[in-house]
Design a protein around this ligand. Structure first.
Ligand code: OFO
Length: 165
């Protein structure tokens, strides 16, 4: 049976994954509306779907352990960006925020001696490491490209594929 403090903390993470899914959906829509960024749009649609899966995985865990997963209300995410670079900086910052929230959850699980939850959370720890590294790599690539149009063309063309785990 889940302790209440653990359940509340997991439900906070449910909301965070839902917010991530919405934030990346907004990034996808923004990119979709820009000329020539269909690759970037596809990347963020895919990220958004993944975040929803992360939310569902948490919800199922909470309910299976006798808790109650709460569906949160969500604030509107940022819907437009001044540049591709700022869009990807937002992506990276968001992933850092999620990683820190996962670390807090791990700490709570240890404090409560809830080793089943601690074990379950390891999947999220690894996932965050991978996502941070993808987000960092994409930001580094954009840094290199700068305003170079052919570089941006290739970035958009290659983003769904090799860069994705
Ligand atoms: Fe939910 O995986 Fe990153 O944010």
């Amino acid at each position: 049976m889940l302790q209440k403090e653990m359940m509340d903390a997991l439900n906070y993470q449910v909301a965070m994954e839902a917010e991530s899914s919405q934030a990346y959906l907004a990034l996808a829509s923004w990119a979709d509306a820009q000329p020539g960024l269909n690759g970037v749009a596809a990347f963020f649609y895919q990220q958004s779907d993944e975040e929803r899966q992360h939310m569902l995985k948490l919800m199922k865990f909470v309910n299976e352990r006798g808790g109650f997963a709460v569906i949160p209300s969500l604030p509107q995410p940022q819907i437009s960006y001044t540049s591709l670079k700022s869009a990807f900086e937002t992506f990276l910052k968001h992933e850092y925020k999620v990683s820190s929230s996962i670390n807090d959850l791990v700490e709570t699980a240890l404090k409560l001696k809830d080793y089943a939850t601690h074990n379950f959370l390891q999947w999220y720890v690894n996932e965050q490491m991978e996502e941070e590294s993808v987000a960092r790599l994409l930001n580094e690539k954009l840094e290199l490209i700068g305003e170079d149009k052919s570089g941006l063309y290739l970035f958009d063309r290659d983003i769904v594929g090799p860069v994705k785990k």
